[in-house]
Design a protein around this ligand. Sequence first.
Ligand SMILES: Nc1ncnc2c1ncn2[C@@H]1O[C@H](COP(=O)(O)OP(=O)(O)OP(=O)(O)O)[C@@H](O)[C@H]1O
Ligand SMILES: [Mg+2]
Length: 402
Amino acid sequence: MQISPQNVVGRDQLIEQIWRKLASKSLRFTAERRIGKTTVMKKMLAEPKPGTSLLFLDLEKAESPHRFTEVLLTEMKPLLSARQKAAGWLENFLTEIEGVEVAGVIKIPERNRIGWKGMLEKAFDRVCSHNSDTLIVLLLDELPYMLQKIAAHERSAGTPDHAALEMLDTLRAMRHEHANLRMIFAGSVGLHHVLSDLRGTEYASQPVNDMPPVEIGPLATADAVLLCERLLKTEGVEVSSVDRGLLASELAALTDRVPFYLERVVACLAELEVPVSVQHAREIVRQHLTDDNDAWEMEHFRSRLRIYYHGSSEDVNGRPIPNASLAGAILDILATAPRPQTIDEVWSAMKARMALDNRDQIIQLLKSLAQDHYLTSDSEKRYAFRFPLIRQWWVLAQGISQ
Ligand SMILES: Nc1ncnc2c1ncn2[C@@H]1O[C@H](COP(=O)(O)OP(=O)(O)OP(=O)(O)O)[C@@H](O)[C@H]1O
Ligand SMILES: [Mg+2]
């Protein structure tokens, strides 16, 4: 569930930066799941800059280019019908594409004369040229997930063509054609994985190389503390007198300043119905990290390795080792290391566990694990877990000791 924009804490500086970048280019958000990407988009939508028009599209349920077009046209409707020179453009367009409007939602038949590409081209052309003094910003949330679904749908229908990549190429062509059009891509699935799966080896397109990444991290410490204080108050949590000055900052640290976890810990504190202490907060976090029912869905951090890191590498005897196993072993090493590790230290530790001779493969995996927000590297190129909370979960879930 999304919170209302006035309850969003922080993110102002980040949003200012995003607006500055949008003046000249489109962007893609990169971030760990649940960090607050959708919230940033929703706040931008609620507080647009003068001279801009924002459209937010939740693409989680769009499983085809056709459905994407319907969602887009529905959102574009106010812009398509605004400032008409010749009235009735939208009505004529709907007739041309054999579309209808049902309770404010545009529906189009699966196939029509001009197809989804033609519809997108016409709609963007109309919107951008008839609002030429406005910066049109499309906020496309869960776009990678939609692309995965389009590809999966085609595979299961036995028609493996390139609709998902064609869609990305079409969107890219639109960005290049219209100087007043910008897009932001976001999603909980890594776009780089989806692209490499879709591209395979034969498709040469680079559909997002004009969209620089914007990293969305945890809240700033002061904002996380502020959010804690607010949540403790709204949930009516009574804080024990000894920990009154401490609890909010301790909670911010325990949850890595990620609002999603913060909210959940405070909700559990509220259920205790006794004056709560820092110790209670620690116990709640620990309990969630060890809970086999996994209410925080931490297992995702382990299971997605098998999905993202497919393929295998050979050991010195030519035996295949799944890349997911290698990635897991690297995480085991870094989760239990007393300090950040150089590439060479990771390589030595990996060789001590497995009969390996491909150092480059380990370097590439470290890089991917950093792109996927498991790891971070410092200016000396030493790797460590990015989020202490995920590291702690990894240690517990793998049954290894620190
Ligand atoms: N800046 C913020 N201030 C207050 N609460 C926030 C903030 N950002 C996120 N939240 C809370 O955390 C929840 C999760 O955030 P959000 O849905 O934006 O994350 P996300 O990165 O889009 O997640 P996903 O990866 O699942 O798409 C929100 O519903 C909201 O309750
Ligand atoms: Mg989201």
